[in-house]
Design a protein around this ligand. Structure first.
Ligand SMILES: [Zn+2]
Ligand SMILES: [Zn+2]
Length: 902
């Protein structure tokens, strides 16, 4: 006998089934050349630490896709992995060292890297465990780390190939520099914040004549690196000064006044100081005019020898001294308060210094053409589509990508400098001699590569590229790349460029962008606000299935998700509902003395109207879910299954079925109870893997083991787990439209009577009399009056034809419904005046809804944008309401005549 415990205890069940799936090897796909695989390469979380809700969301969505495809019989690979996260990890380890009073320089590069490896390995295991906790069905036998040997070789190979094609070069360019981390940063690693600062107006005296030019700057200390003053050629104030020389104060150096269209005459004084080594706009102007670069800072943002008397001063201390000295010389004209955006290092929050520096770059422009084309051609689809435009914009305005980092943690740049001939050896494998002069005196570039360089290769480096492996041949290109929309450019765009460049093929067919998670009021979650939900705590409290369900139900791609405890609680309630429904059905199977009889999940042709209804509704649900899943509308699919299971199956069908079960009437509803539950569990499995497996296993013991419904035609054997059972397919039978309409009306009737009883405070146990004047549609109901009687607690119940309606002679409550009028004689209980007012009020409400619908149907904007089914549905709704209003007024007229007669 199968028994399900009274209450659901998630923790135990989750561990049990995850271990079972792992042991059975269900997560590892078998290569089958007759089938097209479904492949997701997991976006590798940073090894920097704990999984947050964003990871949980991405992992849940990917697991939904993966489980769904696996149930459809496709060889399915979800390859997990982690990212070494260069600067992020290095900063964390540095901070740990600092706590012990040490610096990385003190312990040296080798030891530092060793410590970081130990830390990363621990963290990697932790991340794996957290994914397993979430139920992620990834193939752990293929797990990868960006610093593993395979992906590392891929990184070196890609570097060498790009270098040989001339697409990687070393040059002096303006980059973002973090003086604390002492490394270059990409634009993506810089956070811009508005800072309240000052605009300083400084006078530069003309060298050969009387007079001066005033420049305005937020960083006065940079004047030491100025190499020109630029003005707009149209600016009348400065026209005659173009070509003159001004003297930089304190260091007494002459620099020219030049003309450039890029200067905005309306900003500041209209005269722009040009500091090419410390500002990217100035750098571009300087390039045009062949101006020299004067770097005035050391890597730690102290002033260098070019700063003259200020050498050795820290940048902000230097600023104070410069201002004091300018003041002394009466060259500081004025100081205005000024708010401006300033870049900060995303890892240590230090103010970034724009700086010209010798770095390695990828020339990205030549890589973009192909990457733009594959999205234009539709070979790669971005969901939601609105991000496609942003992708094109970004690709078209792309700048060269600075890939070198002055860090210790990461992929070392595969370049060796010769100390004898000065030439470069660029090689995948470590060279022992210079390839140009064969000397052994070569030194490897000390820098590492931007962490996103290895991430960009992730789609193929994980499958064995550059080696020609069977995995690469079978599983590449992948199917879907799922990630948050915030890293579309940093990562997705680069994966497309590098995938095409390295393999000649797109890396995936679809980019699925999920939203970001916010709290229930729509605020961003942050530690500062204290509104962060920790996934591990949520799992402890509500169970994994509830968390997964709360994260994804009702959401749509690219839209942010609001999550609070309400949503978690209602998801847990749903899990409990499912649990209780299954318990009830299993108990009913036992009560029916069917212990030795197996139930087929093919229930046969339904006879009774409620069986036809649930059967048809289930078939309709399966069809809708299939369409939604195909369209990546997972949140909506989930919502529909939820509505079906809760509001149709549990609230109505099971309640109606209980009547027959109690009286042991035939035909028994059990085949339909079992069928609906079993299919609902399979429909829900990708979303809620644990509870569905647990309940399905209990149900399985009662099922026919060789059912054709398993769709496994060769063996016809029941699968050992729901996760490898086929996902339900809708059958070709037409929907039972009439049964659906009848049951909709029955539900409306019961609900209205229940509401009326509640409104008039009729005791729950008390039977009341009812007359039902039914439309043609409900004529068959006479045989099935049981449902209404029992569930609405009405007896005697007379079901009469609406055509033969006689005027109400007694005092009664009249409910005007879609397909019927229900008359509840409540002798002495109902105040007639109140009843009249209630009908009048309801009439007003209906009128309001009618006028809303009418204006909607007159609205050209709506008519041109809405799908035709929606317009049709609105029209039907209008006709239905108009009919209802007419009948309601009839009832009012009858009440009037009744009171006139009495
Ligand atoms: Zn930093
Ligand atoms: Zn050499």
């Amino acid at each position: 006998m199968s028994e399900v415990p009274r209450a659901y205890a998630p923790g135990k069940i989750e561990k049990k089934w995850y271990d079972f799936w792992l042991k059975q090897g269900y997560f590892a796909p078998k290569i089958d050349h007759n089938k097209r695989p479904f492949v997701i390469i997991m976006p590798p979380p940073n090894v920097t630490g704990e999984l947050h809700l964003g990871h949980a969301l991405t992992a849940t969505l990917e697991d939904i896709m993966v489980r769904w495809h696996r149930m459809r019989g496709e060889p399915t690979l979800w390859l997990p992995g982690t990212d070494h996260a260069g600067i992020a990890t290095q900063v964390v380890v540095e901070q740990q060292l600092a706590k012990q009073g040490q610096t990385k320089e003190e312990i040296g590069r080798e030891k530092f890297v060793k410590i970081t490896w130990e830390w990363a390995n621990k963290s990697r295991e932790n991340i794996m465990r957290q994914h397993q906790l979430l139920g992620a069905s990834c193939d752990w036998t293929r797990e990868k780390f960006t610093l593993d040997e395979g992906p590392s070789k891929a990184v070196r190979t890609a570097f060498v190939r790009l270098y040989r094609k001339g697409l990687i070069y070393r040059g002096e360019r303006m980059i973002n520099w973090c003086p604390r981390c002492q490394t270059a940063l990409s634009d993506l690693e810089v956070v811009h914040r508005d800072v309240m600062g000052h605009l300083y107006h400084i006078r530069y005296l003309l060298t050969q004549s009387e007079g001066f030019v005033t420049v305005a700057t937020t960083r006065p200390e940079t004047f030491l690196g100025d190499t020109a003053v630029a003005v707009n050629p149209q600016d009348k104030r400065y026209k005659k000064l173009i070509g003159e020389i001004v003297t930089l104060p304190i260091i007494n150096k002459g620099i020219p006044i030049i003309a450039d269209d890029a200067v905005d005459a309306s900003f500041g004084t209209g005269a722009l100081k040009i500091t090419p080594a410390h500002d990217s706009t100035d750098f571009e102007i300087a390039q045009k005019h062949n101006l020299p670069l004067v770097n005035i800072m050391n890597p730690d943002a102290t002033m260098n020898e070019n700063a003259g008397p200020y050498q050795g001063w820290e940048r902000f201390a230097c600023r104070d001294r410069v201002l004091a000295d300018l003041e002394d010389k009466k060259l500081l004209e004025k100081i205005e308060p000024y708010s401006h955006s300033v870049g900060h290092c995303c890892r240590c929050q230090t103010m970034v210094e724009p700086r010209v520096s010798l770095q390695w770059f990828v020339q990205t422009k030549p890589l973009t053409q192909a990457a733009i084309k594959v999205v234009k051609d539709g070979r790669i689809k971005i969901i939601p589509e609105r991000f496609t435009k942003i992708y094109f914009d970004w690709m078209e305005n792309i700048r060269d990508w600075c890939i070198s980092r002055q860090l210790w943690w990461g992929h070392r740049i595969p370049v060796w400098y010769c100390q004898d001939c000065g030439k470069l050896t660029v090689s995948v494998d470590e060279p022992s001699v210079c390839t140009h002069c064969r000397t052994k005196a070569i030194i490897q570039d000390p820098d590492v590569l931007d962490t996103w360089f290895s991430s960009a290769l992730w789609t193929h480096s994980t499958l064995g590229w550059p080696e020609d492996t069977s995995d690469l041949r079978y599983f590449y290109p992948g199917s879907v790349m799922g990630t948050g929309y915030d890293i579309l450019f940093f990562w997705v765009a680069r994966m497309i460029m590098m995938g095409l460049e390295n393999t000649g093929e797109i890396p995936f067919h679809t980019v699925y962008l999920n939203g970001l998670i916010r709290d229930e009021t729509g605020e961003k979650m942050s530690k500062l606000r204290g509104n962060v939900i920790n996934p591990a705590e949520a799992i402890n409290k509500y169970g994994v299935d509830a968390l997964r369900f709360a994260l994804t139900t009702g959401t749509s791609p690219g839209n942010d998700i609001n999550l609070g405890t309400d949503k978690l609680e209602s998801s847990r309630n749903f899990v409990n509902k499912l649990w209780n429904a299954t318990r009830f059905i299993l108990q009913s199977l036992n009560n029916e003395k069917l212990e030795y009889q197996a139930i087929s999940i093919l229930p046969g042709q339904p006879q009774r109207i409620e069986d036809q209804w649930i059967d048809s509704q289930l078939n309709r649900l399966i069809k809708d879910v299939a369409e939604l899943m195909q369209g990546f509308q997972f949140g909506e699919a989930e919502q529909q299954i939820y509505d079906f299971v809760w509001s149709k199956f549990c609230d109505w069908y099971i309640e109606i079925a209980k009547i027959r079960l109690r009286r042991q009437l035939t035909p028994s509803p059990l085949p339909f109870l079992v069928n609906t539950l079993e299919k609902s569990l399979r429909l829900l499995h990708p979303f809620m893997p644990f509870i569905t497996e647990e309940l399905w296993q209990s149900l399985k013991m009662r099922l026919l083991r060789t059912d054709t419904a398993w769709g496994l035609n060769d063996t016809m054997k029941m699968p050992a787990s729901i996760m490898i059972a086929p996902y339900p397919l809708s059958d070709k039978r037409p929907f039972a439209l009439e049964a659906e309409q009848v049951m909709d009306s029955v539900i409306e009737i019961i609900r209205s009577i229940r509401n009326a009883r509640a409104q008039y405070k009729v005791k729950p146990g008390r039977w009341i009399e009812a007359r039902l004047y039914a439309s043609e549609l409900l004529s068959g109901l006479i045989n099935e009056a049981d449902m209404i009687e029992t569930l609405a607690k009405v007896r005697p119940l007379a079901i009469l034809s609406r055509q033969k309606r006689e005027p109400t002679k007694d005092k009664a409550l009249v409910l005007v419904l879609k397909e019927a009028e229900v008359v509840l004689p409540l002798a002495g209980m109902v105040d007639q005046l109140a009843e009249e007012q209630r009908l009048l009020k309801e009439g007003e409400e209906i009128k309001g809804r009618i006028s809303q619908l009418e204006s909607r149907l007159r609205d050209n904007d709506f008519l041109s944008k809405a799908p035709s089914q929606v317009i049709e549905r609105e029209k039907q709704k209008l006709a239905m309401l108009e009919d209802k209003l007419k009948r309601l007024y009839n009832e009012l007229a009858q009440l009037d005549s009744l009171s006139a007669g009495s």
